[in-house]
Design a protein around this ligand. Structure first.
Ligand SMILES: *Cc1c(COP(=O)(O)O)cnc(C)c1O
Length: 379
């Protein structure tokens, strides 16, 4: 069976992990954490990075940074991972679910106005499959309404947004805060792992404190204070050096990883073009404003029935294709806790019709052509 994904390892991980073990500094914020932070600073201009144990944790840091009070509303897309929503719920926010766009699983940036109330604090956007949301529009809207924007960039490492003014900005550098995932299903992995990027400096001091369990330990390490104390809320968000060492090995290979993934993505995209038109199946649409990172290759079928038949057809050929997120607005948790459950037609369409094809670095050319052949014989 060709799996839907397979974690890729570079071979260097074990060497760096051994070095960490030999140096007897295993806890967080050591040499490899710093190497990863420097990498992100140099490659993407992320000035203020905080490696975390997951993207979920980085999102929770965002919720804590927002200092949510009871009744505060956060706009989140419904078509996303449960963590995008959960992080804010557990810190007391009320969720307002936004629909996907007509032609994109990402948040419908043309229809945000009706979701805003006097209680709205922030908008969370997800760059689904590493294809950027319309960040010009979202940032302009948020600035007009005085809202914080959080980019859940879990899928989006090495993706870019090309602004209408010509700027090419890495995803994760545009919102006030952004979060990444290095879970084994993503492009760059450390098993579990994540990162918070603070772009708006108003959040920086508290982010440092939250990250260090509510203490001002980083200030002590800089020699600014003689001892550290408990000064605010916090938790243990930072990963062990064993995790950071793994992540650094991956980052060193990012060019190779991205090249391979993009090759596979592009091969699907050109091989399936005519077939998809004939079948009434849509391929991912990427605008000239978005430079995606080959995080996911997905098809959007014409109906739920066609999607299920397609998954079964591929399974019979030994290929694992998978649907993806179930709209959070109709989840059992939301049914149980919110009075009004909204109807979000675009999200529901992606929930029913989207299917992900295998996409991983070790996918061989033979496997790739087998998958494409299997698709072309589906009619
Ligand atoms: C994977 C994912 C997450 C969660 O990432 P973890 O690192 O597993 O916590 C959050 N948001 C989105 C959109 C994801 O795809």
């Amino acid at each position: 069976m060709i799996p839907n994904y397979k974690p890729f390892t570079t071979g260097k991980e074990i060497e760096y992990i051994s070095e960490v073990l030999a140096n007897k500094k295993l806890s967080g914020n050591g040499l490899y954490t710093e190497k990863c932070h420097s990498f992100f600073r140099d490659r993407y201009g992320f000035e203020n990075c905080f490696l975390t144990t997951s993207c979920t944790d980085a999102l929770e840091m965002c919720a804590l940074l927002l200092q949510i009070e009871t009744g505060d509303e956060i706009i989140v897309p419904s078509f996303t991972h449960v963590s995008t929503a959960n992080a804010f719920v557990i810190h007391g926010a009320k969720l307002i679910f936004a629909d996907s766009g007509k032609n994109t699983p990402c948040i419908d940036s043309d229809n945000l106005e009706h979701l805003i109330t006097s209680k709205t604090k922030a908008i969370v956007v997800v760059h689904y499959a590493g294809i950027s949301c319309d960040m010009d529009r979202i940032m302009a809207f948020a600035n007009e309404k005085n809202l914080i924007v959080i980019e859940d960039a879990a899928h989006a490492i090495d993706g870019y947004w090309k602004s209408k003014n010509g700027n090419r900005q890495p995803l994760g550098s545009i919102g006030h805060l952004s979060t990444f995932s290095f879970h084994e299903t993503k492009n760059i992995i450390s098993g579990e792992g994540g990162m918070l990027v603070v772009n708006d400096k108003q959040f920086l001091t508290r982010a440092e404190i939250l990250w260090e369990k509510g203490t001002n330990r980083l200030e002590m390490e800089r020699g600014k204070i003689p001892r550290y104390e408990w000064v605010d809320k916090g938790s243990s968000f930072l990963p062990s050096e064993l995790i950071s060492a793994t992540l650094f090995a991956q980052l060193e290979s990012i060019e190779f990883i991205q090249k391979k993934r993009l090759e596979i993505w592009n091969t699907y995209h050109s091989a399936l073009n005519n077939w998809s038109i004939k079948m009434g199946i849509s391929l991912p649409t990427t605008s000239c404003f978005s430079e995606h990172n080959a995080s996911i290759y997905f098809l959007v079928c014409g109906s739920l029935e066609q999607r299920n038949l397609l998954i079964r057809h591929l399974e019979k050929s030994g290929i694992c294709a998978q649907f993806h997120f179930l709209g959070l607005h109709k989840s059992p948790y939301i049914f149980a806790t919110q009075h009004a459950v909204s109807h979000l037609p675009n999200c529901e369409r992606y929930e029913e019709r989207l299917v992900r094809l295998p996409l991983f670095v070790d996918l061989t050319l033979e496997e790739l052509s087998k998958i494409i052949q299997a698709l072309l014989t589906f009619d």
